[in-house]
Design a protein around this ligand. Structure first.
Ligand code: DGJ
Length: 721
């Protein structure tokens, strides 16, 4: 019997080798990028190439074998592995060999490839999945791990992606910060050793660092030249990027769930599926990489990515918790006066036993505060509609205040340690979404509100706390699964919401901009980039997010936070999805008129700003100014936003060279968002107004639009003649 089994095994191994030899080269390609794998004579899978697309298939055989594609722990590699497992017998090693691969085209322009790898000694299988979007030049990667050992195995590391690069120099840009100070861009050269960018926050996972990066080869990242890779992990929880330069100056980038405190016990037959790592490789600098990400996100990832967006008036910064029905009705009128599409009621409308009049209580109890809103939400919806605006509502469904009826009834639904004093972040706890009963409850919050008040046109879904006191009563002896199961539970809820309310627009918010990963954005039409709405600060924040996210996905509101002229704040907010968080009484008549003009312009130009091609022209990181242009896809219309932040005295001002226009077309330049006279008595009106230039001139010579006035701005509309 034993002999037969051994013979069978040998035959199978030969077949495997044969299969490997037949399928020597696996090519994952977009129109501009090639990712090439080869199977070595030893049957293992290697990444042979990642870079600009190779024209001739015949050349692929010349590519060197490269480095093992999905490195394992325990063999002959001495750097960070993609996967590390512990088998039933205590053996900690894994050696993966190529078994087969397959490709399919689920839609025109999309190719999916699956590569199956197996250990020949232990029944562990890893499948690597690649989805290539040809035109948008985006590749998504993920892996699946499963096994047939007798008992569960333990996973210690489980990367979604391992990418190998080889260059003389590597420059990595991270996007880190904190509340009201999101996505500060810091570029650093990588040298021997490891740099990790990760978070361990659990729920408000991007609070101190966002889940995306830029990697530039040989030189610092440039807008229009050079090879860069933008990568992001589609995971709404702890993530980790590891950049490791080895002794041969080769770089490996590992991306995935942060395995910190998250050993995963995988049962036989169970599939461990990692989140998607999404990247683009550009040989024309970071501008092209951004535009590719924007096109892809609008077409394939963002909820209703190709639809239009509503402008709105939100009451948060205008009233905080201090509102009642009369005040809200007044604000509906202000929304109508501004001309926006919707009014959004923020935090502070719920809680019966524990009314939510500040952030210390009430979270979890989603019934109206009778004293504030005696006639309930239904009445508000009607009133808003009667005044000509839609009605949206704020919720924070994943959280609970210990001072709430929900917590009194279900203390075990909140993540907290049973035997220690509890630590609260913003007086609240995170609900345990690994528990299906909690998932039902959270889904029920949206579902009940929509059933009771079908006129609700929008939700702002907030998430203000990271996970503290990590312990799940539901997971019992599987505590190391909590970070992962919590996020999977969140997706179960969001999937149900989207399935039942596919057209419902929702804003993803997390105490500002701590959540904007592309998995969550499947379920949201936009995200809140920051609670910091100071016009100058917002230029930097929106600049940072613009690297991976289209303007359409970024909510930007005009508030009274910044001390800049209102026009400046309006212009900044109009670069993304425009909204207001301000009361009319803070504005002069002239200013109110300007707001109305800006809303009209935004509605008219939405297809250019939100769906066009964005070119970053002047960086606020390098100068005391900033400029960005949005071009319609047909190149007939463009909107230029130019800002003078804090220019130095006697600074030599350069014309702003535009980009992305048709050199052969002639464009009429007209200034829009013009205030007759601002509070400082300034009358902005550049000399270029009304002139007609060729696209060629505008791109080679540019427009003298920057000035030495502090916090001034211009918005120019360019129309092909
Ligand atoms: C944090 C958000 O970022 C704010 O916009 C606001 O909704 C508050 N939460 C409400 O508590």
């Amino acid at each position: 019997m034993k002999k037969i089994t051994t013979a069978l095994l040998l035959v199978m191994m030969c077949l495997l080798q044969l299969n490997a030899a037949e399928n020597k080269v696996i090519r994952i390609a977009t129109d501009q990028t090639d990712l090439v794998f080869k199977v070595g004579d030893n049957g293992r899978l290697y990444q042979s190439y990642l870079g600009k697309v190779l024209k001739s298939e015949a050349d692929l055989k010349f590519l060197p074998l490269g480095t093992e594609a999905y490195l394992t722990h325990g063999m002959e590699d001495y750097f960070e592995p993609a996967v590390r497992v512990l088998h039933n017998d205590g053996n900690p090693s894994l050696l993966l060999k190529y078994v087969s691969h397959s490709t399919s085209n689920p839609q025109p322009g999309i190719t999916e490839t699956a590569i199956v790898l197996k250990d020949e000694v232990y029944p562990v299988q890893v499948t690597l999945y690649y989805t290539a979007f040809a035109k948008e030049n985006i590749i998504k990667e993920r892996s699946e791990i499963k096994h047939n050992e007798k008992k569960p195995i333990t996973l210690y590391q489980y990367a979604s992606s391992l990418i190998h690069l080889s260059a003389d120099k590597y420059f990595m840009t991270e996007f880190s910060g904190e509340w009201a100070h999101e996505v500060n861009m810091t570029e650093q050269q990588l040298s021997f050793g490891k740099k990790m960018v990760d978070t361990k926050l659990g729920s408000r996972a991007g609070m101190i660092c966002s889940s995306f990066f830029l990697l530039s080869l040989d030189q610092k990242a440039q807008e229009n030249t050079g090879d860069v890779l933008f990568g992001t992990i589609a995971w709404t929880g702890n993530f980790r990027f590891t950049f490791e330069v080895d002794n041969m100056n080769k770089l490996r980038i590992l991306s995935g769930i942060n395995p910190y405190a998250s050993e995963y016990t995988l049962k036989p037959g169970e599939v461990f599926s990692t989140p998607e790592f999404i990247f683009t490789y550009s040989s024309e600098g970071k501008g092209k990489a951004s535009r590719d990400f924007h096109d892809w996100a609008r077409k394939y990832q963002l909820k209703n990515g190709e639809g239009s967006r509503m402008s709105l008036l939100n009451n948060w910064e205008a009233t905080y918790f201090g509102f009642d029905e009369a005040k809200l009705k007044e604000l509906f009128g202000e929304a109508a006066h501004l001309g926006v599409d919707m009014f959004l009621l923020d935090d502070g409308w719920f809680g019966t036993k524990y009314p939510r009049n500040d952030d210390s209580q009430g979270l979890g109890d989603w019934t109206e505060i009778k004293e504030k809103l005696p006639n309930g939400i239904g009445h508000l919806v009607k009133e808003a509609n009667a005044q000509g605006v839609k009605f949206g509502l704020w919720i924070e469904p994943e959280m609970v205040n210990p001072k709430s009826e929900l917590f009194e009834k279900h203390p075990d639904w909140a993540i907290h340690l049973p035997n220690r004093e509890t630590y609260y972040f913003r007086n609240q706890l995170v609900l345990d979404l690994s528990n299906p009963a909690v998932q039902d409850y959270v889904f029920g919050i949206v579902d009940n509100l929509m059933t009771k008040y079908p006129g609700i046109a929008y939700f702002k879904w907030d998430c203000n706390s990271p996970i503290t006191n990590i312990y799940s009563a539901y997971l019992k002896d599987k505590q190391s699964h909590i970070y992962i199961e919590h996020v999977r539970g969140l997706y179960n809820v969001l999937k149900r919401v989207k399935a039942k309310y596919p057209e419902l627009p929702m804003m993803l918010c997390s105490g500002g901009g701590a959540r904007c990963d592309y998995e969550a954005l499947k379920y949201f039409t936009e995200f809140w980039a920051s609670d910091n709405t100071d016009g100058v600060e917002r230029i930097y924040i929106q600049w940072g997010f613009s690297h991976l996210f289209p303007a359409k996905s970024i909510a930007a509101h005009v508030t009274s936070w910044g001390k800049q002229p209102l026009k400046f704040r309006l212009d900044v907010a109009m670069m993304c999805k425009l909204g207001f968080d301000i009361q009319l009484k803070e504005m002069s008549e002239n200013e109110q008129k300007l707001c109305q003009d800006v809303v009209k312009n935004f509605k008219r130009l939405q297809p250019v700003i939100l769906d066009g091609d964005m070119y970053r022209l002047v960086s606020p990181y390098d100068t005391d100014h900033a400029a960005v242009i949005y071009n319609s896809k047909d190149k007939n219309k463009a909107i230029l936003f130019a800002y003078d932040i804090h220019p130095r005295f006697a600074e030599q001002l350069q014309p702003v060279r535009l980009n992305g226009l048709d050199p052969d077309k002639r464009y009429k330049v007209e200034e829009i968002n013009v205030i007759k006279e601002d509070r400082q008595g300034r009358r902005p009106m550049p000399s270029v107004n009304g002139q007609i230039y060729s696209g060629d001139y505008l791109m080679k010579v540019g427009l003298p639009i920057l000035t030495s006035a502090h916090t001034s701005s211009h918005v120019l509309e360019l129309t092909a003649q």
